[in-house]
Design a protein around this ligand. Structure first.
Ligand code: UT7
Length: 324
């Protein structure tokens, strides 16, 4: 028996930051951003809005869609690298706000792969007896973005997506998940300061070491190869062919990455889910955000095969194949 996605939800904050806005903040242009990334605008939190605020909205929608009460959740997993505070976990804050008193709760740290990692963990728990697991990807990337660094500040956005996992059937649900990591390449995307290596200090702040650093160009090449590999792995493990995939939802990092991966996989453009142009790279939130949009706009129909593939800091990469 497979576990299945019973309902989805998502939330993005109201504030829109356009490429034109960025032109007034750093030396960049709408043309450069659109050509090199495909991003046109992104959402940013309002002052005082934190990760759990975004997660709460997405979670409530997912519970409603799944017709599941908060009291019937056994576990809450929040995939995030931008939680409200280092302690406690954002999942615990959410557990309280949802009134999910029976649920265990913790955060999952796997950067942009966080949602697929959390989905994989939730899948195992449902298969081994849990009733419902709430899986959320939520990020306030704007909190760890250096708004004076044009190499990174044009890329990221804030948002959240959620799914409720429960009992599926023999033929439908999460067919497989595959997770990978290579810590040798941990310096490709990282935040040097603010943790136990370089605790928060005036120096860390002054040198902007509490913000994301990325070797963009090198990361780009590895991202394409890794997502292609993870996608092939998912298809092969289930004895299906790539042509049977109805919708491909990759982590929304860069339009050129998305197009290169789907081209290498031989997937037609209309099978590729894209919302990067409106939301930028929302890290762990990107796949569940796109998934919810696909469900609500009826791009996913019952019986269809949906392929998820992610890539991110760690480095980590992962895939999941879902029969809807
Ligand atoms: O989500 C986790 C995974 N993340 C990713 O997968 C991100 C992967 N990487 C990327 O998406 C791309 O590498 C970037 C969008 C980050 C950069 O695009 P690129 O085509 O790799 O550009 P580049 O870093 O090679 O830079 C090309 C030029 C440089 O100028 P010079 O040295 O050639 O004179 C940059 O300084 O573009 C310049 N540049 C910019 N120019 C205008 C970099 N950022 C900007 C900018 N506006 N915002």
């Amino acid at each position: 028996m497979h576990s299945a996605i019973l309902g989805t939800g998502s939330y993005v904050p109201d504030r829109v930051l356009t490429n034109a806005d960025l032109e007034g903040m750093v030396e960049t242009s709408d043309t450069w951003i659109v050509e090199r990334t495909g991003i046109r605008e992104r959402r940013l939190v309002a002052s005082g809005q934190a990760c759990s605020d975004l997660a709460l909205e997405a979670a409530q929608q997912a519970l409603l869609a799944a017709n599941v009460q908060a009291s019937d959740i056994d576990l809450i997993l929040v995939a995030t690298c931008t939680g409200d505070t280092p302690l406690p976990s954002t999942a615990c804050l959410l557990q309280h706000r949802l009134g999910a008193t029976q649920a265990a709760a913790c955060d999952i740290s796997a950067a942009c792969c966080g949602f697929v990692y959390a989905l994989s963990i939730a899948d195992v728990y449902v298969k081994t007896g849990m009733r419902h697991v709430l899986v959320i990807g939520a990020e306030v990337m704007s909190a760890i973005t250096d708004w004076t660094d044009r190499n990174t500040c044009v890329l990221f956005g804030d948002g959240a997506g959620a799914v409720v996992l429960g009992q599926g059937s023999e033929h439908s649900g999460i067919l497989s998940t595959h997770l990978h990591a290579n810590g040798r390449l941990s310096d490709m995307i990282y935040v040097p300061g603010g943790g136990s290596t370089e605790p928060a200090s005036e120096q860390v702040l002054k040198e902007k070491r509490c913000f994301v650093k990325m070797k963009g160009n090198e990361t780009f090449k590895i991202a394409v190869k890794s997502m292609e590999e993870a996608a092939h792995e998912a298809v092969k493990a289930n004895g299906v062919t790539m042509s049977e995939i109805d919708l491909f939802i990759p982590h929304q990092a860069n339009m050129r990455i998305l197009k290169a991966v789907s081209q290498r996989l031989g997937l037609a453009q209309e099978k590729l889910m894209i919302n990067l142009d409106r939301f930028g790279n929302t890290s762990a939130a990107s796949i569940p955000l796109a998934l919810d949009e696909a469900v609500r706009s009826s791009r996913i129909q019952s019986g269809q095969l949906v392929l998820l593939a992610a890539f991110g800091a760690g480095l980590t990469w992962a895939s999941a194949l879902v029969r809807w």
